[in-house]
Design a protein around this ligand. Structure first.
Ligand code: 5GP
Length: 114
């Protein structure tokens, strides 16, 4: 899989505002936030898209979701609510081909498909 921007952030070759890290997951603030809170949760393992996740990645995908939920609780907005989403390929709006989960919060998010 080609090296992406997010691989470089994981290797600390380019800077990012990192808010969480464990053995499997790195989380950092999106450079162009779409909400008051916009954090990207990235598996350290390189998977280009959700399509590339295999059954053996089930635990890793779970860790990504649990890391996001733990962050929401820690930051105090879990009860008010938040949104987690994964864009996949062109029609899904994916622009960085290293699987990542967006965590959006801090405002009443509108229902939208675009
Ligand atoms: P995608 O569109 O692939 O689901 O999401 C990619 C996200 O990465 C976008 O929300 C975009 O703003 C963010 N992004 C792109 N380049 C950078 C960067 O250099 N640093 C950070 N922190 N986020 C980035």
């Amino acid at each position: 899989m080609p090296d992406t921007l997010f691989d470089k952030i994981i290797r600390r070759e380019i800077p990012a505002d990192i808010v969480y890290e464990d053995d499997d997951v790195l989380a950092f603030r999106d450079i162009a936030p779409q909400a008051p809170v916009h954090v990207l949760f990235v598996p350290k393992k390189s998977l280009a898209t959700l399509n590339d996740a295999a059954p053996q990645d089930a635990e890793l995908l779970g860790k990504l979701l649990l890391a996001a939920a733990a962050y929401a609780k820690r930051e105090g907005f879990a009860e008010k609510g938040y949104r987690c989403l994964i864009n996949c390929n062109a029609d899904g709006g994916q622009t960085v081909f290293h699987l990542h989960l967006h965590l959006l919060a801090g405002t009443r998010l509108r229902e939208r498909l675009d």
